[in-house]
Write a protein of this length. Structure first.
Length: 347
């Protein structure tokens, strides 16, 4: 088995090749679908992944190990000037691990942001979003609290959501400890983490608590009950395909879960008025692109200040590809700037 450092070096060399060469090595020309053109590096990775077993053929434990290994090769280096601290707080069912990121030039007037990683509620950990959380902390100039929430099928819905809610409330109440604006916090996440983030904002409204300072929803899964055109157009996309989506939900939802429950599908909430200002991000080559865009439009219609960006050439999960896909790294830095702008708009 090749050394992980060697594998990462080889991948870096391959990803440095010109786009036309990568497309040729992928076995074809430009991938154009749904009016979008796939980034050549994602095209190369898609072709390589097609030769490997899908995680749908693995057990959840095997899928976690395989995805962790693969994502480690894709991740960018730690962000300079950002220090980290691992914490343990009391969670709903025992200790809950968090990782705090603090930039050297942190703004004490900015709220911290609690962030939940992607993984369908089944895979992922604090390493999944490590590089992105560092980027977010440094460019948004605020503390970031990453949540190591419980995973299905050992802990099905709503265990992971409950952990993120607990982490949000604890971080909000302890914001001053991290040099952030006391008594408030933003919430964010990507994919299933984006699902959690959207639900946290809605849950604060349901319980009469103050809204998050901002909600950052990156290619969020906001509707697990409905079909959209992008689920067909990008059904075989990498790294999230329709079969993988179904595999995730099969493990995440218990037999009695209702997919239309707003705590599973936040887009099913009738009234979105009064929710926190939002930054909603989608990726073009993603079965979830339509529902993310639709949720952003609903927020706007409800009077919620909303910034929407679709990175047409990128694929789902791009926050974890900052070391392999330059366009993904650039997108992550722009997202962090949008968060910073959202914080500045509050003052």
């Amino acid at each position: 088995m090749a050394d992980p450092a060697v594998q990462k070096f080889i991948l870096k060399v391959l990803m440095s090749l010109p786009g036309p060469i990568l497309r040729a090595m992928s076995g074809g020309g430009t991938v154009y679908r749904g009016g979008r053109t796939l980034d050549p590096r994602f095209q190369f990775l898609t072709a390589a992944a097609a030769k490997m077993p899908s995680i749908t053929s693995l057990s959840p434990d095997e899928a976690r190990a395989a995805s962790a290994k693969g994502l480690a090769a894709m991740s960018g280096p730690p962000e300079p000037g950002v220090r980290t601290e691992t914490l343990s707080i009391d969670g709903p069912e025992g200790p809950l691990k968090l990782r705090a990121y603090r930039p050297a030039d942190q703004d004490s007037d900015a709220p911290l942001i609690v962030f939940a990683h992607f993984g369908g509620g089944v895979i992922g950990d604090l390493e999944t979003c490590h590089a992105f959380c560092g980027i977010l902390a440094r460019i948004a100039r605020t503390a970031v609290i990453s949540v190591d929430y419980r995973l299905a099928p050992d802990h099905r819905f709503p265990a992971g959501l409950d952990d993120v809610l607990a982490a949000f409330r604890w971080s909000r109440d302890n914001a001053a400890r991290f040099g952030a604006l006391p008594g408030t916090a933003a919430i964010g996440g990507d994919s299933m983490g984006g699902n959690f983030a959207a639900i946290v904002a809605q849950e604060m409204q349901r319980t009469g608590e103050a809204q998050p300072a901002l909600q950052l929803l990156i290619y969020p899964a906001v509707d697990v009950a409905s079909e959209t055109a992008s689920m067909t157009t990008y059904a075989d996309a990498y790294p999230l395909s329709r079969p993988i989506m179904d595999w995730f939900m099969g493990h995440y939802m218990g037999p009695d879960a209702n997919p239309a429950d707003p705590r599973l599908s936040p887009d099913k909430t009738t009234d979105l008025a009064g929710l926190a200002p939002a930054v909603v991000i989608t990726a073009g080559f993603d079965p979830l692109v339509d529902q993310g865009e639709a949720y952003a439009k609903r927020l706007v219609a409800a009077g919620v200040p909303t910034t929407y960006r679709c990175y047409d050439s990128l694929a789902h999960g791009f926050t974890a590809f900052t070391g392999a896909v330059p366009a993904a790294d650039a997108a992550c830095r722009e997202i962090a700037r949008l968060v910073r702008a959202g914080f500045e708009a509050r003052t």
